[in-house]
Design a protein around this ligand. Sequence first.
Ligand SMILES: [Zn+2]
Length: 300
Amino acid sequence: MRVTFLGTGSTRDPRRRCAATLVTLPDGTHVLIDTGGGNEVLLSLEAAGADVTRIRAIILTHQHLDHAAGLPFVLFQLAMATVRGQVVGQVDVCAPAPAVAGLRAACETFFPGLQNPWWLADRVRWHGCDPGDYLWRLEARDDGTNVVIPDPAVRAGQEIPDGVVAVIETMAVSHGAPPVPAQSVRIDARHADGPTRRLVVSGDTGPNLNMSRFAAGADLLVHEAVEADALGANPLLVLGSGHATAAIAGMVATVARARRLALHHLNARTGEHPEIVRAEASAHFAGEVLVPNDLDVIDV
Ligand SMILES: [Zn+2]
């Protein structure tokens, strides 16, 4: 499993692209986690050498513009690929349930007719992670199909069923002031050369005990680190905005027994001082702490 950081910044970092992470599964297909804030996601996908027609799922952690506003651009690219005669398979789009209708309407507003028969037709399936359901689960199968699992509560450990290349799960969390529904993402992928690998991407969320359970045993935890105490973060303001500091990310990684931690969603100050963010997380986590730049790649 390969992680390409298409954007490691946020609304408040003019030097980094907004949040978007491309996950390449062992079969070469992609899961796109967040879509950045605009067409910069297309520039990043091209720079990363990614074929948009190989995206099988798009997971939006929440509706904020630095995570979701690039979605119409990605869907437009897929529509253009169909017009060029390229094969575009089923794409499953999952967002927090209360945000789905608005996101879908926004895509239709920016690109009227997006799901007309001659564009994307029924290739895009929309799903909502319901905060009351706790988990939402999609199985990415070897034959290229995706299957939504109706009862995600029942699953033992990191076992992956036969015929499945990866299990993609989301967990409802809360973020923002005013709060918006959000979700974290976990991907367990089957590798031919060894055991299952686990990737967890926090999305935007403040301290959350469920996060440590959800991220348990992660080979790589990608966590937001919007501020650092050493940079003068006001903890009340940070936590009140539903974000996490680098120190919190380090604590979550420790409790989850994660192997490696990557910090992203940097703002202008943290982006300028990645060494401070890394040191602060390292004070709470003994494993390797990475602060990737846009377009950096990590193999999980
Ligand atoms: Zn954000």
